[in-house]
Design a binder for this molecule. Structure first.
Ligand SMILES: C[S@@+](CC[C@H](N)C(=O)[O-])C[C@H]1O[C@@H](n2cnc3c(N)ncnc32)[C@H](O)[C@@H]1O
Length: 253
């Protein structure tokens, strides 16, 4: 499945991180919850697993982070981010192409990081082995007491995600062992992208986070996003059954 994920993100890379996508309500929710969740990151050295075009990495740098190492399976997504960084005249990010569900020892990473983030890769896993492989890297590369941040889907079949009126849509659901496969699209895309999520994460259970050494697992409150504060009516139905959660946790000392 990872080959399909790479191909489909490569094809949509120029449409993922654009002026249009940044205005979509669900992308604003994702980004603004991340900014709220990371808070003050002064001096932090960060590993961004499935960092894509570096949207969250740029927010992390704005929050004071010193450097971000980004790993992603899609060279197209990373190329978009490298082009953006090139216009900013700074050298704060390193980019590595790899599958984050596999061991990453072949990469020249730091032994451990102050923050490890994994925004959305759990929604491209076809089975529990792949999901656990991602968590194994989170545990390995996060220093004791360090922070984890990661956006994930809630139940993909919630009505507001099927309706797609907030800028992102889920469709073509198919049950698979332990979870559900579906297609995901943003209003800025030309086509959609394969997604699949395990009940172990989308159910809201914290068990797998705990299994891999994370404690104090919380979901960033939705009202911390400016877009929710500004347009409460728009979010009424969505917040009854949210389509995403921004999870934050700490690595056990
Ligand atoms: C929805 S995008 C999110 C990108 C970025 N984290 C963000 O929040 O904007 C999902 C990213 O996960 C990457 N991805 C999915 N599965 C992966 C895997 N097994 N290894 C590395 N990257 C993966 C995709 O290539 C894509 O860039």
């Amino acid at each position: 499945m990872v080959d399909v994920v790479r191909k489909e993100y490569d094809a949509e890379a120029t449409n993922y991180d654009t002026n249009l996508s940044a205005t979509l309500p669900l992308i604003r929710l994702d980004n603004e919850l991340f900014i709220s969740a990371i808070g003050d990151a002064t001096g932090a050295v960060i590993l961004d697993l499935a960092g894509g075009s570096g949207v969250k990495a740029r927010f992390a740098i704005n929050a004071g982070a010193a450097a971000v190492d980004i790993i992603d399976i899609s060279p197209g997504m990373m190329r978009e981010g490298q082009n953006i960084e090139a216009t900013l005249n700074r050298d704060v990010m390193r980019w590595f192409e790899a599958d984050i569900s596999q061991p990453l020892d072949h990469l020249p990473l730091k032994p451990q990081y102050d923050i490890v983030m994994a925004n959305w890769p759990f929604d491209h896993v076809e089975n529990m082995d792949v999901l656990e492989g991602m968590f194994r890297n989170i545990e390995k590369y996060l220093k004791p007491g360090g922070r984890f941040l990661g956006a994930r889907t809630c139940n993909p079949r919630v009505p507001e995600m099927i309706k797609g009126s907030l800028g992102a849509k889920y469709a073509n659901f198919e049950d698979i062992p332990g979870g559900v496969r579906y297609r995901f699209s943003l209003d800025s895309f030309e086509s959609d992208i394969v997604a699949s999520s395990m009940e172990a994460t989308y159910s809201g259970s914290t068990e797998i986070y705990e299994k891999f050494g994370l404690v104090d697992i919380q979901v960033e409150p939705y009202e911390n996003a400016k877009v929710v504060k500004e347009h409460p009516k728009l979010w009424e139905a969505y917040l009854q059954e949210p389509g995403m959660a921004m999870v934050k946790a700490t690595k056990k000392i």
